[in-house]
Write a protein that binds this ligand. Sequence first.
Ligand code: F6P
Length: 548
Amino acid sequence: MHSPTQLSAWQALAEHQKEIDSVEMKSLFEKDKNRAEKYTTKAAGWTLDYAKNRVNEKTLALLIELVKEAGLETAIKGMFSGEHINNTEDRSVLHIALRASQAQESLMVDGVNVLAEVRDTLEQMGKFVQQLHSGEWRGYSDQRITDVVSIGIGGSYLGPKVVAEALTPYKKDDIKVHFVANIDGSDITGKLKQLNPETTVFVISSKTFGTLETLSNANAARDWFLANGGSQETVSKHFAAVSSNVEKAVAFGMAKENIFPMWDWVGGRYSLWSAIGLPVAIAVGMDNFYALLDGAHQMDEHFRTAPFEENIPVIMGALGVWYINFHNAQTHALIPYDHYLRAMPAHIQQLDMESNGKANLLNGDGVETDTGPIIWGGAGTNGQHAYHQLLHQGTRLVPVDFIAPLASHNPIKDHHAQLFANCLSQSQALMVGKTLEQAKQELRDAGATPEQVEAIAPHKVIKGNRPSNTLLTDKMTPETVGALIALYEHRTFVQGTIWGINSFDQWGVELGKVLGTDIFNRLVSDSDNSALDASTQALINAFKKAQA
Ligand code: F6P
């Protein structure tokens, strides 16, 4: 077990950072005409241009050395062969098995061929999707299904919702897919208002079938169904589940054949490729769901086999560590210039922050370095008129990933060229900035007086030298969207491996869940709260008073 700070490449990078700190990226471009070409790599339908980073050949060599010293090669082998790399839960981590090639016959884990289970489930999903779209599946009044509501939260919500939205151009017209997650009654109330119980199917997605929000919303959906013409006997025509807890799903009223399995070896935030992705398959059809899996598989193969020097998740993971640990970056922004990918930062936020928001090494010792950054972002160009100001002139260094398709699904006049131009100009502006002299000249050219020039010019200075990656693809398709998300999954794993942490557990989430239940019980009873802190007591009292 390593602490990254003990690795010789880590120490060399700390020294090297002092050398490169004052070097401007733009001067590196001037010196090396081949820089863009050198720092571009391709895989699975994506091109990564990472030339606008504070790196030279030495930096990159040291970063590759770092991932090697941290044992990434062994870690990748461990993941792909089903070793229990999630050590605190003693589990394999096999989202890659969910999208394995059809040519691979088996992947034995603890004596079971998991690929056989995966394929059976895909077949079961295929039947369900076909029955819904063909109209063979009927509601209790013998009508076709027109709406499917997915109820889940966290990994059982974000991934499927983001992918379904990303694949909007591929959506089937006959069935509308909706998502409900929040325990806030406004979420499900808003959705139910639009629906007819006779033509609606609910898919309850919960690996554990024990998550409070999901169960409460599932109960609310069933109550609504029963109060609006449905009956206990017909619940099975309108409710399906994705869960590893079959008993609880059956107790809810699901027919066994409408329960899609999940496995211990798939983490919630890595589960959209399993039956948790059923809402995606319903929205875009099973063929497109297979294409999504195929794209992710292509990225898996690239990650597993490409030399680290050309390996997109490895390069992006190592660059992230470079900024977090050697440049004190606290956050990392994802900015897709694609309307349909606008919610993607939220999914990658959960993926990365729930995975690498950790303070212990694999052996339980405390870490000595920062680990996962705050992941945030949103669609361009909208963000340019909101938070990009801080990216350009704020005091914090925020590395950015720009993500863009070369072609639009909705070409209108020059909209796409405008969108793309904005994407490129943002990464360019972050790097080149504006000097004091340029700012002064600009003001003089605009007719400012010398006094105005002196007063205003400093405010217009943009330091520049701010790093970014640009990820390009021909078009957002099921394959390229699959590959993109798989890329971020592996990037997360690369960083977790460098830091020597377990990216696949989430113990921190548990405390909030336990305390949430305790406080809920206090809100609905006359419990003695005097042992609680005064602030929590006062807040509980405020709620009780309002209810009374
Ligand atoms: O928020 C924590 C978490 O455990 C996530 O990891 C998971 O995706 C989510 O809750 C939902 O869990 P489940 O699918 O069991 O309802």
